[in-house]
Design a protein. Structure first.
Length: 228
């Protein structure tokens, strides 16, 4: 699949070509992705949004893999947040308890720190919570609150598992709260026009990185870095 000609920030020129689903992306793939974002962990949280054009691109797996990798490389807290309120999956992914989550924070029932579930050292998850019948109304509130930059943990990284850009009109608003965005594309499956439309909808905040998930390298598997 040829990539769109949409103008991007320089960092977006770095493309992570993840291996096929039969061979999961390695830690080195995720380190390459994180390094391409050129982020500086300063005195506050850095917020990374992981999104896609449509569902089924492997967005959640990439967000989790990135979090699991950088938590071992950076001595700072890493928080995964399920922002896909229409189709949440992080709680199920980790098998954690269903409790208050992002929905309750947006409803003003809990503070963001109170809904974090600690998975292991330097890694926490915030599920979607009890979303109710109108998830889009809650999603619309997200840009009105700076939930992710002002935490009690000090410097760290928050990774948002965002809803697909083309799912609803509020997905772009959700993506706007991230400092940088990563667009996950199922290589050889997602039509290029959908990728172009997703990037266009992001407007003045195009993705800083693109993950070609399920990429099959023409090089043999034993070739160094054949999946990158």
């Amino acid at each position: 699949m040829s990539m769109p000609n949409q103008k991007m920030r320089p960092a977006a020129q770095q493309v992570l070509q993840a291996r096929p689903s039969s061979a999961a992306p390695s830690a080195e793939h995720f380190r390459t992705l994180f390094a391409s974002l050129e982020l500086s962990i300063g005195s506050r949280q850095v917020v990374i949004g992981v999104t896609s054009a449509v569902r089924g691109e492997g967005r959640t797996s990439i967000a989790v893999g990135l979090a699991m990798t950088i938590r071992t490389d950076l001595d700072v807290p890493i928080t995964l947040v399920d922002v896909d309120l229409e189709n949440p999956s992080l709680v199920q992914y980790f098998g954690t308890q269903l409790g208050p989550g992002l929905a309750e924070v947006l409803q003003g029932k809990h503070g963001f720190e109170a809904v974090k579930q600690v998975l292991r050292k330097n890694l926490s998850v915030v599920g979607a919570g009890s979303v109710g019948p109108d998830p889009l109304r809650l999603l619309r509130r997200l840009p009105d609150q700076d939930l992710f930059h002002t935490t009690h943990d000090g410097p760290g990284v928050t990774i948002l598992d965002l809803p697909p850009i083309l799912t609803n009109s509020y997905s772009m608003l959700a993506a706007s709260v991230a400092d940088v965005a990563i667009l996950v594309v199922r290589a050889g499956v997602t039509p290029a026009p959908l990728v172009r439309e997703a990037i266009a909808r992001l407007g003045q905040r195009p993705p800083h990185g693109i993950v070609l998930n399920g990429f099959r390298s023409p090089l043999p598997s034993w070739w160094p870095m054949s999946g990158v």
